[in-house]
Design a protein around this ligand. Sequence first.
Ligand code: COA
Length: 233
Amino acid sequence: MEAGRGYAKRALALMLIEARRAGLTFVYVTARPDNVASHAVIRANGGRLVERFQEPAAYGGSESLRFRIDLKVEAALIALRPARPEDLAFCRRVKDDTMRWIITEFGWDDRGQAERFASQWQPDETRIITYAGNDVGWLQTRPVDDAVFLAGIYLDTPFHGRGIGTQVMQIVIDEARRDGEAVTLGVVKINPARRLYERLGFRTTGEDEYKFYMRREADAMPRGADEPRALGS
Ligand SMILES: CC(C)(COP(=O)(O)OP(=O)(O)OC[C@H]1O[C@@H](n2cnc3c(N)ncnc32)[C@H](O)[C@@H]1OP(=O)(O)O)[C@@H](O)C(=O)NCCC(=O)NCCS
């Protein structure tokens, strides 16, 4: 291939389009540390270096760099399906992986977590979040008084921060709004998820030592939606 013409950059871009169509949300690309031309091509396609590693002996055993390229998430590929009892292990694993840091941060004793989880997790209140047909997370909701209570929402770690949570929250809000109902939840004070809830129009209604309790009225506006906009924007 002729060097310096951008063919490699375009070729990788085309591969990424295929990967996205296939339902992937990110890809890893590896390159030798001295192959600066490849690094430039990968970075030009949004790649960021995640690690330096030793290739397995079967692949040459030399040192290599791993880049991650995040692909735009397709809202149309996000769906919810009812949970089945056999989804318990997946749900427990995702919650463990994503919430362990909070348990560690507070120095909580996590003995008995498995039993507690099994008693709190109710398949008939739970839906599995899928992306392109693959299970990527779950949420649990139940009716309380005049609201839908979101008992939990958890996405598997590789899928964080790509807009999937926002889309799923919007589905929950829209479902509740159709019945004229608010959505309520509790969030651990140090959990950055609070920012997401605030952006979607949730307001803090109470707190205890560890958690804020939040509520989004059926007619609430997402933050910023009611702010004056400059003419022409
Ligand atoms: C909370 C969660 C469902 C949001 O879904 P998402 O697809 O990551 O969120 P989006 O990309 O749509 O929106 C980004 C927002 O999500 C939140 N978020 C992103 N990564 C997060 C993480 N690892 N932990 C908690 N919240 C996170 C932040 O509020 C972020 O806003 P910011 O960019 O201003 O920081 C998801 O990050 C998650 O499963 N986190 C771990 C489990 C958890 O904390 N669940 C909430 C319990 S109340």
